[in-house]
Design a protein around this ligand. Structure first.
Ligand code: S0N
Length: 291
């Protein structure tokens, strides 16, 4: 905090947000995508407050575009996922669009593309923070669970609704929840489909911190800025490592990809490439076989 004060940059409690368009320069319809000027923070807001920020397939497509952009933008170090307004972070899949083949909007067939979004958030090599005000329920609850950290307002409400509305997420929705809150509590959350207050969620290990609603963005920005002061590579590798066991071969691949990335930057790695390009035998003799 004192660093920012001394350097006289952005005020601690706010950021200057610049809004971003989709790949073709069109405005997003179901989300708002912004970046904090000069800060390395991207913010993605689900913008369907009249539906308690329920997502339809189109919403998910837009979310995936924004997350893709945040991943590829090397000036971005952390991503905030949130919902428009104070009533809801996200209320899950739009039940009015649920068909016998998934959720259908502009296409004649249904999709469950939120599952791809969950994987995308897990694999994104930058921390994703869920900033939750109001309801995070159903598929919206799973979205906050797959984020790396959750900062909740004191009006936040968490829970699964699937067994009440005839659905379930037997993927991350069950496995990650069990990791977060333990197997017994996860069974309670799914079998009884109760709602839990922010304070209860904090006690269960579902969220990192609960703050008054008015302080939600300020506190989330504080966490983002604190993360941004640290080594991006250390954070990247830690995220992959923290997910590796649960994500199986895909998790190992993500972690191993970081090893390859770092190896490419070494003289030893470069020697192999140069030898190939110069049509000579590589000379690895000078590289130590470290203990
Ligand atoms: C969020 C709740 C508790 C809010 O209650 P509140 O404040 O009393 O507001 P309401 O009057 O109920 O709502 C305001 C308006 O918003 C609409 N609305 C709210 N949520 C949804 C929604 N999910 N879909 C469509 N519309 C929604 C209301 O209808 C209302 O509209 P108007 O004013 O026109 O009447 C409360 O709203 C609530 O309980 N909502 C439903 C929560 C829910 O059951 N969500 C779905 C759970 N399932 C999933 O999310 C599945 C996710 C998924 O894609 C998936 C993934 C993997 C595997 C399977 C699936 C799968 O499909 O199951």
């Amino acid at each position: 905090d004192s660093y920012h004060r001394i350097h006289g940059d952005v005020p601690l409690n706010k950021a200057e947000w610049r809004s971003c368009c989709d790949r073709s320069g069109r405005e997003f319809t179901d989300i708002i995508y912004e970046k904090a000027v000069g800060e390395g923070i991207a913010k993605i807001t689900i913008n369907r407050p009249e539906r308690r920020n329920a997502f339809r397939p189109h919403t998910v497509k837009e979310l995936m575009h924004a997350f893709d952009n945040a991943r590829d933008d090397i000036s971005v170090g952390v991503v905030i996922l949130t919902g428009k307004g104070t009533e809801a972070f996200c209320s899950g899949g739009d039940q009015a669009l649920r068909s016998s083949t998934g959720y259908a909007d502009y296409d004649s067939f249904g999709r469950l593309n939120v599952l791809d979004l969950q994987v995308q958030i897990r694999r994104l090599p930058k921390p994703v923070l869920a900033m939750v005000a109001g309801y995070a329920v159903g598929g919206g609850h799973i979205l906050h669970m797959v984020c790396d950290l959750t900062i909740a307002a004191d009006n936040a409400v968490f829970g699964q609704t699937g067994p009440k509305v005839g659905s379930f997420d037997a993927g991350y929705g069950c496995s990650i929840m069990s990791r977060l809150v333990g197997p017994k509590k996860a069974r309670e959350m799914w079998f009884l489909s109760r709602f839990y207050s922010a304070q209860e969620a904090e006690k269960m290990g579902l969220v990192n911190m609960v703050v008054p609603l008015a302080k939600l963005q300020e506190e989330t920005l504080k966490w983002c800025r604190e993360i941004l002061r640290n080594s991006p590579t250390a954070i990247r590798v830690c995220k992959a490592a923290l997910n590796a066991v649960d994500d199986g071969h895909a998790g190992l691949q993500e972690l191993a990809g970081n090893a390859t990335l770092l190896f490419y930057g070494t003289e030893e790695g470069n020697e192999g490439k140069m030898a190939y390009l110069q049509r000579r035998r590589p000379d690895f003799s000078k590289f130590p076989r470290l203990p």
